[in-house]
Design a protein around this ligand. Structure first.
Ligand SMILES: [Zn+2]
Length: 502
């Protein structure tokens, strides 16, 4: 799951911080979209989709959905997750785009697919990545000497310029209240002592704008402090991204606790950032099983992690689920073809899926009748969230979402709708006019009481407290969620591939 894009509209001022904006907006939509009403009856009832019009299909659709759900087991999916964990362990703790951890993950997926009888192809593309040559350092030099902990107390902005800076800290707009203006107004920096290190509080503009304001005021480096309600919700500081190449000073994000501590007068700090922006080549892994018709159902999950952790829930869980489904589906005759995609560079902004869609000819694009996306399907504090349709046809009875709503309703499992606003790889497909759908079990957004009533788990905590952090490891998986959702994934793909219609 990609970190939310920062918004700059004042209306969303409380939601801007740390790229958490869209998740919270999504949370609000989620509450509004709770569906107590039964789904429209025009959609195929789950478990018994309309029979295939083609008598030559060897497996009846309902038989196939049942068989696939049986074949896709938690044990089978978990074996792939363990492999992703092993690969991360052996490659610096992550599976970030264009690193050995991702390359080996792609090779593993390709091997499993080939062993299952698929022809595998690689869709290569270039991507701009940020690589840290050494973990950043942040120390207080005065009034007392303290070393702060990277990722727990602070983190480096993606694409932060490098530098080693020691100096006096001057805070700007640190209140610390959620609705403070932070460093969003240039006027807040009037009188800022040139050469000082700026500490600003996240406000109603983008974090990048605040870093630029500090830089324009003469700051030698910028620390951006997250606001209290957000900083207390995760096991570390989420790494934000600088969205401008005009930034020339090193930039770090710090937790509220640390920011408040540093804002005291008389503080001197030392910081070091050693990062590099590089052009790299990476690849999506694609495999297809042809059907009786030319139509294709596409199923995708991103295989890359952030640089800060192994990405076992985000998104080993989706990757492993569709990989196990591909194995189970191999050799099974279906009406539509099924194409599996394991995307790279999702965490860098959906770059792999975007590249893939942009290369499709009109004819190729028209063959794709649906794109199903599975990103984070085993969050420890999970919610069963079904992608709504951000294109506005939420009431369309034929939408893919109804497949999932019906499926879970028949099993007495509650669901909510979520509008992910293109935060994962369905985005490029949706923009290309291809019907999309998918499932999601929660990232950094807080599970509220209503959600806890529906899904159990802990209210007041994120769906995945380890989202984009080092602790997103093999322990960070809800087997219950994985079990329910991997079955739903198998069901949806089998149904779409055999019914021949949406
Ligand atoms: Zn992610």
């Amino acid at each position: 799951m990609n970190q939310a894009t920062q918004q700059s509209t004042p209306r969303r001022r409380a939601l801007i911080i740390a790229g958490i904006a869209l998740a919270l907006i999504a949370g609000a939509i989620l509450v509004l979209a709770v569906t107590d009403d039964p789904p429209p009856s025009t959609s195929p009832p789950s478990g018994s989709p309309s029979p295939s019009p083609s008598p030559s299909v060897s497996t009846s659709p309902s038989g196939l959905t049942a068989r696939l759900q049986e074949a896709v087991t938690v044990d089978g999916v978990t074996r792939h997750l363990e492999e992703f964990q092993r690969i991360a362990d052996e490659n610096g703790g992550n599976r970030y785009t264009a690193t050995p951890g991702h390359e080996e993950s792609a090779a593993y997926v390709a091997r499993v697919l080939r062993n299952a009888g698929y022809e595998v192809s690689f869709d290569r593309f270039d991507v701009t990545v940020y690589e840290e040559n050494a973990p950043s350092v942040l120390q207080r030099r005065a009034p007392s000497r303290t070393f702060f902990e990277n990722s727990a107390d602070f983190t480096t902005f993606n694409f932060s310029p490098s530098g080693s800076v020691t100096g006096r800290l001057t805070s700007v707009g640190v209140t610390p209240e959620t609705d403070g203006l932070g460093g969003c107004e240039e006027s807040a920096f009037s009188g800022f002592p040139s050469g000082d290190i700026a500490l600003v509080q996240a406000g109603p503009c983008t974090l990048t704008d605040q870093v630029l304001n500090a830089q324009d005021a003469g700051a030698s480096a910028a620390l951006v402090m997250f606001t209290p309600e957000l900083a207390d919700t995760s096991a570390g500081v989420l790494r934000p991204t600088l969205a401008s190449s005009e930034v020339t000073v090193p930039a770090l994000a710090v937790s509220t606790k640390l920011g408040v501590e540093l804002a005291r007068s008389g503080t001197r700090v030392h910081l070091e950032v050693a990062g590099e922006i590089a052009e790299r080549s990476t690849r999506n892994v694609i495999a297809e099983q042809s059907g009786e018709t030319d139509d294709v159902v596409m199923v995708g999950a991103h295989l890359d992690s952030v640089p800060d952790g192994p990405g076992i829930n985000d998104n080993g869980s989706g990757s492993a689920s569709i990989l196990e489904l591909a194995v189970a589906l191999s050799g099974v005759e279906t009406r539509e073809g099924v194409r599996f995609a394991f995307w790279s560079a999702e965490e860098l902004g959906l770059i792999g899926s975007d590249h893939y869609v942009s290369e499709l000819s009109d004819a190729e694009r028209n063959r794709i009748t649906a794109y199903l996306n599975f990103d984070m399907v085993a969050s420890p504090n999970y919610m069963r969230l079904v992608y709504g349709d951000s294109l506005g046809n939420v009431d369309d009875p034929a939408a893919i979402k109804n497949l999932f709503l019906d499926y879970f309703a028949e099993r007495d499992l509650d669901t909510d709708l979520i509008d992910l606003s293109g935060r994962s790889d369905h985005g490029p497909f949706e923009r290309a006019g291809i019907p999309v759908g998918g499932l999601f079990t929660g990232a950094e957004m807080i599970k509220d009481r209503e959600a806890a009533r529906l899904f159990g788990g802990e209210p007041g905590r994120p769906g995945d407290p380890c989202y984009h952090l080092a602790c997103d490891d093999i322990e960070n998986i809800s087997e219950e969620s994985l079990d329910q959702l991997s079955d739903a994934i198998a069901f949806s793909v089998a149904t779409l591939a055999t019914s021949g219609e949406l």
